[in-house]
Design a protein around this ligand. Structure first.
Ligand code: SAH
Ligand code: SF4
Ligand code: F3S
Length: 470
């Protein structure tokens, strides 16, 4: 039994190891015939972790099924970022409790970011005793022994480590797609934005070696992949813990030379976005002109309280530079409203920045107090209805610009990476542009993962319509 510990989680000791994964032979195929159901909440990092989890379970013999009611093993890969992510996972645990009453042999597990929270584990030990096992974000590689133990023993098994995890290379992976792939480049986050739980759930910043990343991408290219998304909570910090003079700009340049047709990366913190990175994105055609640049707030006062390390002015300067230097760049963002101390004037400053930036996409949230973060100690005097009102006003403006931006594309021909076929209509496909816009388009005999030229015929707020252009 190992329980999460916030004091440990706050430390940044950097004494992790680099390990090449080896699966103990005794687990291979041990549970053939058994069925599993995995539900993933949260960000791309969790989605990618789930690709490793699926591969490990399948090596143990488990077969994935879509309906949890028929599974022998149910695993929830959870997210802690906001209260509603918690609520969803606990809601699902409530349903599983009933199922478990009917099926005593059902094995239920929980992993991911919520597993790293002291309060969550406390609740699981007291109120959700039926959960058979829990493991955290730092020991996914221990899944086979944890699952095996949980099946054999009849007691709740909690194995969560708060110390940053080792860097494990060569973990088995069962990718969700055969044409686009996630590739981790850096784990963890050292930024400690005051509202955010991620530095506690994901540990310190740890970069993968460039050789390991490039080797993985080379093999994806060989397998016919068209797109990679380089992943990290703050990809701009890539390399700082590992090299004197090799950062995200250099890595993007090297990844570009693998000739993979499309390169994306997420997420970028505005604070350490360098001119070199901008120049490299502008220079290489296969680095997508699509940047996620979270603003969070347009008020320098709130940004300071959030611990974001930039001001409204320095954000705008960076934004303008990107627009100027990267042809046709699309910039998306994240914004939080209702952070403690946010006045109407502060909020109006956010709207002002949004009016200037006219984002191509924006994810907007009401501030959610997270256990153990610095902001949790701030007095939150804004009423729920005021928070909702601000969110609504913000959404009205961001949505207006999505539509405006999309309308500008009508009549243009754009490159689309085909993702699939509409189940509703014959010869209707969908995919994404270089700037990450969803396009529904007419065509014939197009394969998943095929890059096609599409002429845009109509624009909506969230998507575009088009026709394959020959
Ligand atoms: N590493 C990314 C953010 C990952 S979390 C970055 O720094 O850009 C994704 C988004 O969730 C954040 O950008 C923020 O807008 C939002 N978020 C994080 N913590 C939150 C909280 N406590 N309440 C509301 N939104 C939050
Ligand atoms: Fe959270 Fe800030 Fe780190 Fe992003 S950079 S994961 S918002 S602490
Ligand atoms: Fe959620 Fe953890 Fe990602 S908190 S947003 S799953 S890093």
């Amino acid at each position: 039994m190992n329980l999460p510990n916030y004091k440990e989680a706050r430390k940044r000791e950097k004494n992790y190891k680099r390990i090449s994964y080896i699966l103990d032979k005794k687990y291979i195929g041990k549970y053939s015939e058994k069925k599993y159901f995995l539900k993933t909440y949260g960000c791309q990092m969790n989605e990618h972790d789930s690709e490793n989890i699926k591969a490990l379970l399948e090596k143990m013999g488990f077969i994935e099924i879509e309906e949890y009611e028929h599974a022998d093993l149910i695993l929830l890969n959870t997210c802690s970022i906001r209260e509603n992510a918690h609520n969803k996972a606990f809601g699902m645990l409530g349903r599983l409790k009933h199922l478990k009453e009917k099926r005593k042999d059902l094995i239920v597990g929980l992993c991911g970011c919520m597993a790293q929270e002291e309060g969550v584990i406390d609740q699981i030990m007291k109120k959700y005793k039926f959960v058979n096992f829990v493991f955290g974000t730092h020991n996914i590689n221990h899944l086979p022994e944890i699952v095996d133990k949980a099946i054999i023993k009849n007691k709740q098994e909690i194995e969560v480590f708060s110390k940053e995890g080792d860097l494990i290379e060569n973990m088995p992976v069962r990718r969700a797609n055969s044409y686009k792939a996630y590739v981790n480049i850096i784990y963890g986050c050292d930024k400690f934005c005051t509202y955010c739980i991620v530095p506690f759930t994901r540990g310190g910043e740890r970069s993968r070696r460039k050789e390991d990343i490039l080797k993985e991408i080379d093999s994806l290219v060989k397998d016919g992949y068209q797109e990679v998304t380089l992943l990290g909570q703050n990809v701009n910090a890539y390399g700082k813990d590992l090299y004197d003079d090799y950062g995200l700009g250099d890595l993007l340049e090297d990844v570009s030379k693998t000739n993979i047709p499309r390169i994306r990366f997420t997420t970028s913190h505005p604070w350490d976005f360098t001119d070199k990175m901008i120049d490299i994105i502008a220079k290489y055609d296969n680095i997508m002109p699509s940047i996620h640049l979270p603003l969070q707030s347009g008020s320098s006062k709130i940004l300071k309280l959030m611990g974001r390390r930039y001001t409204k002015e320095s954000y705008l300067e960076l934004f303008n530079k990107m627009k100027e230097k990267i042809p046709n760049v699309a910039i998306s963002t994240d914004i939080i409203v209702g952070f403690p101390g946010e006045t109407e004037e502060d909020f109006l400053e956010t709207l002002e920045v949004v009016e200037h930036c006219k984002y191509d996409n924006a994810f907007t949230f009401i501030y959610s107090k997270r256990e153990n973060t610095a902001a949790a100690k701030l007095k939150d005097e804004i009423s729920q209805s005021e928070k909702e009102n601000r969110l609504q006003r913000l959404n009205n403006i961001v949505n207006k610009y999505f539509l405006e931006k999309n309308k500008k594309l009508v009549g243009c021909t754009v490159e689309v990476l085909t993702e699939g076929k509409s189940p509703k209509k014959e010869n209707l496909y969908y995919g994404y542009t270089k700037t990450n816009k969803l396009v529904n388009f007419d065509g014939q005999n197009i394969k998943e993962g095929e890059l096609v030229s599409v002429k845009i015929t109509d624009a909506k707020t969230w998507s575009l319509d088009g026709k394959v252009f020959k």
